[in-house]
Design a protein around this ligand. Structure first.
Ligand SMILES: Cc1ncc(COP(=O)(O)O)c(C=O)c1O
Length: 232
């Protein structure tokens, strides 16, 4: 077999990965993003031609995702609007950071009073109930420690939770801004999230993903509040 220089791992792999070990001790363990990250790091450590870049939480991921906020800013400028409230779903904080940070510049320089609302699942309430302290990004503890809001690196959300955003920690940048009171956080129940998604699909003809539906839910709540107070 041509391997193109890559190391061949015999199949089945002789390595017992963290997930396998955790299942041996707890056969009903439903798994978590933290366990998946530990396994990915193990894979990278075992294979010299393999590297691992965390896909959420870290600064480079938030930076990459600022394409969302930069584009939103241009779209709003085209219709001569600037947002009063920016609402985003928060799992590890990367898509929320990507949306919010390009607008945070004006807030920090005192040129806007935009509110920033991170929406998380009530069954994984990292910002609203997590502690602000140093923790690992993965279950086994392979990653460097990060100061962030965390539910603990061994946190596993209840298996009934199907709405995503299951990560135990929150991006250090988002955690810091939350700690400074520049970002608000709301935890929502998944049945309410799914109801908002269905309402949104019926009225807009767009079916949102469960994760995005967290933001849709709170955007609807904000719109209803404005309708009630008469705010345009
Ligand atoms: C299903 C799913 N998608 C994406 C993410 C990453 O979300 P974020 O954009 O907040 O980093 C998570 C993290 O919890 C998740 O559980």
């Amino acid at each position: 077999m041509e391997t193109w220089g890559a190391k061949v791992i015999p199949s089945p792999s002789p390595y017992t990965k963290s997930g396998r070990k955790i299942l041996q001790e707890d056969p009903d363990n439903p798994g978590s993003l933290g366990i998946a990250i530990s396994e990915a790091v193990e894979e990278a450590l075992e294979n010299p031609d393999t590297h691992y870049a965390l896909g959420s939480v870290l600064n480079h991921v938030l930076l990459h995702q600022t394409v969302i906020g930069l584009e939103a800013k241009k779209q709003l400028a085209k219709v001569k609007h600037y947002p009063d409230v920016i609402i985003g779903s928060a799992g590890g904080g990367s898509n929320f950071g990507g949306l919010a940070l390009p607008f945070m510049i004006e807030r920090l320089s005192g040129d806007s009073c935009t509110r920033f609302v991170a929406v998380e699942p009530a069954s994984c309430p990292t910002l609203t109930e997590g502690e602000y302290r140093y923790d690992f990004g993965d279950t086994v503890g392979f990653t460097p420690l990060m100061k962030m809001h965390t539910l603990g690196h061994d946190f596993v959300p209840p298996s009934i939770h199907a709405g995503g955003l299951r990560y135990h920690g929150m991006a250090p940048i988002i955690s810091k801004l939350y700690d400074k009171g520049l970002i608000e956080a709301v935890a929502v129940k998944q049945t309410d999230v799914f109801k908002a998604a269905v309402d949104f699909a019926r009225t807009e003809g767009i079916v949102p993903a469960p994760e995005s539906a967290h933001a849709v839910k709170v955007a609807i709540d904000e719109a209803v509040k404005c309708r009630e107070t008469g705010e345009p």
